[in-house]
Design a protein around this ligand. Sequence first.
Ligand SMILES: N=C(N)NCCCC(=O)O
Ligand SMILES: [Zn+2]
Ligand SMILES: [Zn+2]
Length: 333
Amino acid sequence: MVDEPRGPIDSSRVPRFADVATFARLPRIDQVSRADIAVVGIPFDSGTSFRPGARFGPSHIRENSRLLRPYNPTQNVSPFSKAQVVDAGDIAVTPFDIAAAIDTIEAAARHFGQSDCRLVALGGDHTVALPLLRAVAAQHGPVTVVHFDAHLDTWDTYFDAPHTHGTPFRRASEEGLIDLERSVHVGIRGPLYSARDLDDDKLLGFLPLTCTDVETDGLSAVIARMHERIGGSGGSGGSGGIGGRGAVPIYVSVDVDVLDPGFAPGTGTPEAGGLSSRELLAMVRTLSRHLIVGADVVEVAPAYDHAGITGIAAAHIAYELISAMVLTPPNGT
Ligand SMILES: N=C(N)NCCCC(=O)O
Ligand SMILES: [Zn+2]
Ligand SMILES: [Zn+2]
């Protein structure tokens, strides 16, 4: 017999400001016998091109997740009752060697995959998406990437370095980790290096949906376009999916700088003119119709945050992701 999931600490019995913070006050992984979904921190920021500090992101998000409550009315689900969700602590990555850190992250992510535990990773800078995608693709094959970001992150190198927070999705595409027909960026804005960036990005397999699209066509139109691109039964096009149910396996990567700096000041490469938290949360919610095989929330740099604004936004994004994940479980039950 499978035990009922162990949920968060009851905040009507133990003050929510007490104790060492786990994400949403969930049990640690060593306190349960099995886990369906693990929140794991990746305190790594050696791939940043501007303001550093995302290595402190995981603990900041945990601290700012103390007020999350167990029932999510927007998705009509109690995510921590439907699946065993745990906090797996942080992956111990070296800050001194990017290649070694990437290998460590991939090995850790594969380990979770072997026990069919899906990951919600808390960054860390966006470099971490590459090893996470490697692990997911090893298990599921090339995966549809739904990438929320101000930036394309399909640039080639910085100072000749191939592994940085501006390059993970070019490397992933080159390595054959992503579905080139269905992957999408959402929230793109701001200056580029040249118009060629967009040509390259297209060849690498992404469709960019921009903040200008949101401004001119509205949020619902952009959400519809996102699902059209992903395909399966969630959108109007495509017949693919798993188990005949039309749910496409997707990897969701959320760079918190997709939010406007007013909603997420605590990040390393902020760009004006971004999404509101409300818009982003609404978009993320709609992904529940697909099988989310893994997710990350990255680029939270607390040194530039104020009153936990960015930490709170990131905690809510992770909560919506977990809610969406439990609504479409891998075994289709
Ligand atoms: N992934 C993030 N957050 N930023 C990438 C910015 C790369 C650049 O400095 O051009
Ligand atoms: Zn990014
Ligand atoms: Zn970004």
